[in-house]
Design a protein around this ligand. Structure first.
Ligand code: GFB
Length: 321
């Protein structure tokens, strides 16, 4: 595959390096012979345009990956609509504008599979964008991410900027948010199953009916795909980043229970929302770019659970010290 953008010797700013995707990008970029730039919140508050402009001017990145975002699971999205819309609009607009002003050579913007219509044909191709109504539980986040795609396209159309966009599916892995109120489904299920096993509970409770289907991708596969796109993709259209297969929430719950060693019942809290019934993305465009995922769901979940247990042990010993 032709390299369109050579990362060797380049200064690459990973915006959002403390998040799950940003941390995975830092790990993945270690092998690219580039210089990795990070900005802490005290260096630049990404919600403030002046801060971002000043930081970008001073640090002169050649390439930028916009992995910074306000993210959360289905209830967090519905509970904090103003934060999900405003914060994400500001973060992406500030970074994209500052990158353009500083003549950044390449920018990769990250969106989400929730940009697509609630009832899009499956698997969802990139062309489904803006062909129908969004899923209400995450429309605020989706609108911000659609604006980010369009902003990259607008800078490309008007100024020829090499700004591209990737839409990852539901991600999981080390450094995820394990808070039961605000997390995505996998860390929540892992924590619930782990607690149920530890307390010898006879059941664990999941939100909704368990019938929605979700496509999951390990964050290390995602980071690998993103670096691949940075090097090999340069076009107007956004591109899906997924694993190509999906499971029901009940199926992933059973798999997590098996990994964790919890053997009790699975109960359903039907007062909680299901969200979109299915969002399996087509990964044909990414496959045509020469990229395939490597980490199976079971292998990825086992690694994530090991990370979670290690983190718990570290925090407990930290508390004892
Ligand atoms: O991962 P999740 O919160 O978000 O929920 P979405 C996925 C599915 O898992 C939903 C169910 O059907 C939930 O009802 N679920 C079952 C649970 N038990 C739990 C639990 O304990 N916690 C959580 N969180 N879910 C998000 C969007 O949608 O997808 C974001 O809200 C983003 O904006 C992200 O796009 C990728 O997959 O429904």
């Amino acid at each position: 595959m032709n390299t369109l953008y050579d990362l060797r010797g380049k200064r690459v700013w990973v915006a959002g390096h403390r998040g799950m995707v940003g941390a995975a990008l830092l790990r993945r970029l270690q092998s690219e012979k580039c210089e990795i730039l990070i900005a802490s919140r005290s260096d630049a508050d990404l919600l403030r345009q002046d801060d971002v402009e000043r930081w970008v001017k001073a640090n002169k990145p050649h390439a930028v990956i916009v992995a910074a975002a306000k993210v959360g699971g289905i209830i967090a999205n519905a509970t904090y609509p103003a934060d999900f819309l405003y914060d994400n609009l500001m973060i992406e607009a500030n970074i994209i504008r500052a990158a353009f002003d500083a003549r950044v050579e390449k920018l990769l913007f990250l969106g989400s599979s929730c940009i697509y219509p609630k009832f899009a044909d499956q698997p969802i191709t990139e062309e489904a964008l803006l062909t129908g109504a969004l899923e209400p539980t995450n429309e605020w986040y989706a609108i911000a991410k659609i604006a980010g795609i369009k902003l990259c396209q607008a800078f490309r159309a008007q100024h020829g900027a090499d700004f591209i966009s990737a839409m990852p599916t539901n991600l999981y892995g080390p450094n995820d948010n394990f808070s039961l109120e605000t997390s995505h489904v996998i860390p929540a299920l892992m924590r619930k199953a782990d607690q149920a096993r530890e307390t010898n509970a006879d059941h664990m409770t999941i939100w909704g009916s368990g019938t929605p289907r979700r496509e999951f991708l390990h964050v290390d596969d995602c980071a690998d795909a993103l670096v691949h796109l940075l090097k090999h993709y340069s076009d107007m259209g956004h591109i899906n980043v997924g694993s190509g297969s999906d499971v029901t929430i009940e199926e992933v719950t059973r798999l997590i229970a098996k990994i964790v060693g919890f053997q009790g019942r699975i109960e359903k809290d039907l007062s909680k929302p299901d969200g979109t019934p299915r969002k399996l993305m087509s990964n044909a465009k990414l496959a045509a770019q020469g990229w395939q995922p490597r980490i199976s769901l079971e292998e990825g979940l086992r690694g994530t659970y090991a990370w979670y247990r290690a983190m718990l042990a570290e925090n407990e010993s930290g508390l004892r010290r």
